[in-house]
Design a protein around this ligand. Sequence first.
Ligand code: ADP
Ligand code: 5GP
Length: 205
Amino acid sequence: MAENTKGVLIVLSGPSGVGKGTVCKELLARNPQVKLSVSATTRAPRPGEVEGISYFFKTKEEFKRMIDAGEFLEYMDVFGMNYYGTPRAYVEEQLALGNDILLEIDVKGAMNVKRIAPEAVLVFIAPPSMETLKARLVGRGTETEEAIARRTAEAAAEMQLLPKYDYMVVNDVLTDAVNEVETILAAERLRVDRCKDLAKFCKEA
Ligand code: ADP
Ligand code: 5GP
């Protein structure tokens, strides 16, 4: 990345099961200057999830204390069941260092981020079809039947927020989807309004 460029705050969201986590993992593996914001949640860890890497797992009381202390950039009661939130400190620290920061959050959280940080780049990860979405959610095998029903019902409503996003990437073939997110990042880094020392170029012209 050019030294004189500010980091990009990029938000990936989209319905549960679309493949956000999978796209993020691949993107992070390929791009060391992209840092993942680890969210806090009150939901129980899934098998294989690691504290501080997958999420910061909190009790409802701990989460509420963090809300009161103003520690979240945004937070949300997702699916009316559990709280999820983006700790503010790490995001601000990484952007100041010139790194890109990746948020993988729900669509309502994405809308809140755009309101708080209008320069944030919102990318909607869309499924090739609603049938594929349900099949992925079932195939992941991490949710109860009831949770799958709730998440697929929510997905239809979440798709309605697509027009409010800056970009859409259809996650059909994984490598294509990751390439497209990289293209978005590359273009965003070249934006004139991200250049830290425009004055230098203007003087030279
Ligand atoms: P999300 O984070 O959006 O809830 P996940 O990343 O957990 O979704 O993906 C849901 C399931 O779909 C996982 O089992 C994952 O392996 C699978 N998956 C993700 N992307 C693709 C893809 N492009 N093609 C096929 N399966 C995929
Ligand atoms: P899961 O329980 O499958 O890990 O996540 C459920 C939903 O919560 C997903 O849509 C995920 O993107 C979202 N989510 C994860 N972290 C955050 C966060 O910090 N804020 C918000 N608003 N949503 C989040």
